[in-house]
Design a protein around this ligand. Structure first.
Ligand code: PMV
Length: 355
């Protein structure tokens, strides 16, 4: 019969870079970076995307819904991911339902995709990272794709660069690669989620408004105009990557924290060095940096690292639960919630959010 639907649901957490990716080395649609980057994948219970992908002979076109609103799939990034994943599809058989899809059928069948983010979209919380990683992963399962996570990461990369790092948990490196066709620009896992589980990530949502400069146009302007970026990519990041790998291996929080903060600050300096300059952080972000810097300096060893992506929200990485509890206390002291705000404060196990 033609009345069947085959579905797969997958959940993928977002990731936060501690050594940032900023800048593409060419203007192809392949998304090839100017430097390696390293990230930490968040706990899947918090910031994540859930995707349900379905295939049925009754579908008449590929369609997608994001948080229940239909969005267009005509963009080049979606098209690249869909084309690539279809090209790796294999035979699928569900004997109980009497469904048989051959490799060749996949190019003639349409997909419906429902995606849901449990956090603000495009507010510098790497929603596209979780989104494209989850899309590629879920479609890979649906289509019985045999490629491993690293090979899938090279497909997710063509949706959004940072997405390639969300195919793995724990600490992940995106190796920039050398090939012009991007085949070696993919993610590898440095350490799994159990390796350093003392760390607690606290996200201070400074603003859930959408960012003004998208990472795509921001990066393009930076690559075209910033000399600091050239220096960063050639001289700074390669050494930092090695130091960061070592810090992660040794669970060395002082080095991890120093490198994470320095790299976030250099990324925002590169944005400022762009013409016209790009401002992602705001006064509240700057105050959070000062509070953390002062606190770290007043202790024998750093307690918290901070990092900011293409938006004002702070990602704070505390060395352990005790430091995280003190951090939350401090944030509430410096940014006391007004009585109207109280409902929009979400203070959970490892998150604090203010809308
Ligand atoms: O993958 P994109 O286009 O969303 O770019 C991500 C850029 C940063 O989040 C600022 C840094 C990073 O490495 O994730």
């Amino acid at each position: 019969s033609q009345n069947w639907v085959l579905m797969v649901t997958a959940q993928t957490p977002t990731n936060i870079a501690v050594i940032k990716y900023w800048g593409k080395r060419d203007d192809s649609t392949l998304i090839l970076p100017v430097n390696d980057s390293i990230s930490v994948t968040l706990d899947p219970n918090h910031l994540c995307t859930t995707n349900t992908v379905a295939v049925s002979p009754i579908f008449q076109q590929d369609r997608m819904w994001l948080n229940a609103n239909e969005i267009s799939l005509s963009g080049g990034r979606f098209q690249s991911c869909l084309r690539e994943i279809r090209s790796h599809a294999c035979d699928v058989e569900d004997k109980k339902k009497g469904i048989k899809i051959t490799k060749e059928d996949w190019s003639k069948l349409y997909l419906h995709i429902a995606s849901y983010n449990n956090f603000p979209t495009a507010a510098g919380l790497a929603s596209s990272a979780a989104g494209f990683a989850c899309l590629v992963y879920a479609l890979g399962k649906l289509m019985n794709v045999k490629e491993d996570e690293s090979q899938l990461s090279a497909i997710a990369r063509q949706g959004s660069g940072s997405a390639c790092r969300s195919l793995y948990g724990g600490f992940v490196k995106w190796v920039m690669g050398k090939e012009e066709n991007g085949s070696d620009s993919l993610a590898v896992q440095l350490a799994d989620e159990k390796h350093w589980d003392d760390l607690v990530i606290v996200i201070a949502v400074v603003s859930s408004r959408q960012k003004e400069t998208s990472s795509t146009s921001g990066m393009r302007e930076t690559v075209e105009t910033s000399l600091l970026l050239q220096h960063r990519a050639k001289e700074v990041v390669p050494k930092r990557i090695l130091q960061m790998e070592q810090a992660i291996r040794n669970r060395d929080f002082p080095s991890f924290s120093r490198l994470t903060c320095a790299d976030s600050n250099q990324f925002h300096a590169v944005c400022l060095d762009t013409s016209p300059p790009i401002f992602y952080m705001n006064d509240t972000s700057h105050r959070i940096i000062s509070i953390v810097e002062k606190w770290n300096r007043s202790e024998e060893a750093p307690q918290v690292a901070y990092t900011f992506d293409a938006g004002p929200n702070a990602v704070l990485i505390a060395r352990d639960r005790k430091a995280a509890a003190l951090l939350i206390q401090r944030l509430l002291y410096y940014f006391p919630p007004s009585s109207d705000d109280l409902n929009s404060y979400i203070i959970g196990d490892n998150s604090i959010a203010k809308d």
